[in-house]
Ligand binder design. Structure first.
Ligand code: ADP
Ligand code: MG
Length: 593
């Protein structure tokens, strides 16, 4: 027999397995969803790769997923006819954590620990393949990649720090292609191997998988069978004096086992939006994007005419990458289909601008070729039109959240994705009109609750022309700045820009509803109350003082001037009209470290 080789898990895998096995996990059944989603991914990959390499499909087997249970021995077998794994892929994929879902989980766990949070997060995330160990104490993965002529078997146990790989030589166990996972259930979890239970779980968790899922079910049909004459009947007959024997039949139920199609394979986006419930959209989202929290909003639409495509977009409840990963998001947020065939989830950069990368969804086009590549997408006029429509729909969806009766909904959204929209002010001039109404800021009249620009404008004084702002590092320091004195005296409202990116975003917007944004820390602030006469007098009286101060400070300041903008402070440092604001200087300094 070929040798069995032993491998150590990467340290993180061991840690994760430890967590899985030892945490009191209330929702064990998600293991099935994770494993089916892997099977479905493997089928998607094969279908996509076979477009350019038809040789991969040389073994003509259907694309499907089959789940067989043995309830007496507590065994579940999940078989797919997908892309399979080579020996090296087994090591890379099942012995290390390089994978999105699991890495995301570990990061969230770390973040929550850093924040002093609890450990119960595991219920909110999929932990991918390793979730098999929630219910199994031994897992065997037998797999054949169409790229390899050999089949390999990976074997691992719960609570172990190593796993083994060997070649499969048993002729009985050869797969045409794809992967067969065998779970040997823990004693207390053998109930999962009940055929009806598995069927229920598949219906619950995987109804939107786009490949057929069959479960092995016991069936019965009724049959009339001939039976021998009942002896008591016979006696009766004799008493009646009849001698001829009558043939009798009886109905019996014949039992047998067979595969039963368990899921619905029509994609939800092909259905009429009027007939799809919110629950169905949410389930589809959770299934497709491996999310455990419901989305905050969704939008299902079809466009016809010049380009034809269907799409469902979602806004997630939390920012998956954390708020720090804004500039280089590693997203797989948009799943592109062409005529219902999954193409890739790696093209979202072409379909959505970077700053909207948090929006998730599916897009199914009838106009693109099946062998579409990134290059084709980049040059395609169709894609440009699609992109425009998708972005518009995404903004409509976000606007919908902002108009929710429950103010908290949008506050949460803003907390998660506000930065993204501000980045949009910088990167997407074309959509300023759509982004601006979605922005939120603190202000001198609203220090605890953020306001919109519309709220600001509504609150403007009749003769106020501009929108005032001051950039600072916190609300506290913003409200204590001497720049505010005069303005507050006049009861004007000032936006407090306390997020580093705020100021650049506002400067890019330039104006809102024809009102310019004006930085109150700049030297030429005009509050419309100039008294030329008085200023002239003051200049004469204090001109020498100014000269003296300038001499003392030298190069530290550009200029020393008389100003009417203060009411109680003796002096204030302002930035030049064309210079950087103090806040920007601080930012630039921070960045050049
Ligand atoms: P993820 O699905 O987020 O990538 P998983 O832990 O679920 O992470 O799976 C790890 C990797 O193992 C997958 O990315 C895939 O490469 C491989 N894999 C798992 N199950 C299968 C399967 N049934 N067929 C082929 N490859 C698989
Ligand atoms: Mg997975």
């Amino acid at each position: 027999a070929p040798p069995v080789e032993k491998y150590e898990y990467q340290a993180e895998v061991s840690r994760l397995m430890d967590l899985i096995v030892n945490s009191l996990y209330s929702n064990k059944e998600v293991f099935l969803r994770e494993l089916i989603s892997n099977a479905s991914d493997a089928l998607d990959k094969l279908r996509f790769m076979s477009v350019t390499d038809p040789e991969l499909l040389k073994d003509a087997v259907d694309f499907d997923i089959r789940i067989q249970t043995d309830k007496d021995n507590g065994i579940i077998k999940i078989t797919d006819t997908g892309i399979g794994m080579t020996r090296q892929e087994l090591v890379d994929c099942l012995g290390t954590i390089a994978q999105s879902g699991t890495a995301k989980f570990l990061k969230a766990l770390k973040d929550s620990k850093d924040a002093g949070g609890d450990n119960n997060l595991i219920g909110q995330f999929g932990v991918g393949f390793y979730s098999a160990f929630l219910v199994a104490d031994r897992v065997v993965v037998s797999t054949r990649s169409p790229k390899s002529d050999k089949q390999y078997v990976w074997e691992g146990e719960a609570n172990a720090s190593s796993y083994t790989i060997r070649e499969e030589t048993d002729p009985e166990k050869q797969l045409p292609r794809g992967t067969c996972l065998t779970l040997y259930l823990k004693r207390d979890d053998k109930g999962f191997a009940h055929p009806e239970r598995i069927q229920r779980l598949v219906k619950n968790y995987s109804q939107f998988v786009s490949f057929p899922i069959y479960t092995w079910q016991e069936k019965g049909f009724t049959k009339e069978v001939e039976v021998d004459e009942d002896p008591t009947e016979a006696t009766k007959n004799e008493q009646d004096g009849k001698t001829e024997k009558k043939k009798k039949t009886k109905t019996v139920v014949e039992k047998y086992w067979d595969w039963e199609l368990t899921n619905e394979t029509q994609p939800i986006w092909l259905r009429n939006p009027k007939e799809v419930s919110t629950e169905e959209y949410n389930e589809f989202y959770k299934n497709t994007f491996n999310e455990y929290l419901e989305p905050v909003a969704s939008s299902h639409f079809t466009t016809e005419g010049e380009v034809e495509f269907r799409s469902i977009l979602y806004v997630p409840a939390v920012s998956p990458m954390g708020k720090d990963d804004l500039v280089n998001p590693k997203t797989k947020n948009i799943r592109l289909y062409v005529k219902r065939v999954f193409i890739s989830d790696d093209f979202d950069g072409e379909l959505f601008p970077r700053y909207l990368s948090f929006v998730k969804g599916v897009v199914d086009s009838n106009d693109l070729p099946l062998n579409v590549s990134r290059e084709i997408l980049q040059e395609s006029r169709i894609v440009r039109i699609m992109r425009k429509r998708l972005v518009r729909k995404a903004f409509d969806m976000i606007l919908g959240i902002s108009m929710s009766e429950n103010r908290e909904d949008y506050e949460k959204f803003w907390d998660n994705f506000g930065k993204h929209l501000k980045l949009g002010c910088i990167e997407d001039r074309e959509n300023h009109k759509r982004i601006a109404p979605l922005l939120r800021f603190f202000s001198s009249q609203s220090e605890a609750e953020m306001i919109s620009l519309d709220e600001y404008v509504e609150n403007m004084k009749p003769d106020q022309k501009d929108i005032y702002y001051i950039a600072s590092d916190s609300v506290t320091s913003a409200k204590n700045t001497p720049f505010l004195e005069k303005i507050l005296e006049k009861d004007l409202e000032v936006l407090f820009l306390v997020d580093p990116i705020d100021e650049v975003a506002i400067q890019n917007l330039k104006s809102y509803k024809e009102k310019n944004f004006v930085d109150i820390s700049k030297e030429d602030l005009d509050l419309g109350d100039k008294n030329e006469e008085k200023e002239k007098e003051m200049k004469q009286e204090f001109g020498q003082t100014c000269d003296w101060i300038k001499k003392r400070l030298g190069d530290k300041v550009a200029n020393v001037q008389i100003s009417s903008r203060l009411s109680s402070s003796p002096c204030v440092l302002v930035s030049g009209k064309f210079g950087w604001s103090a806040n920007m200087e601080r930012l630039m300094k921070a960045q050049s470290v």
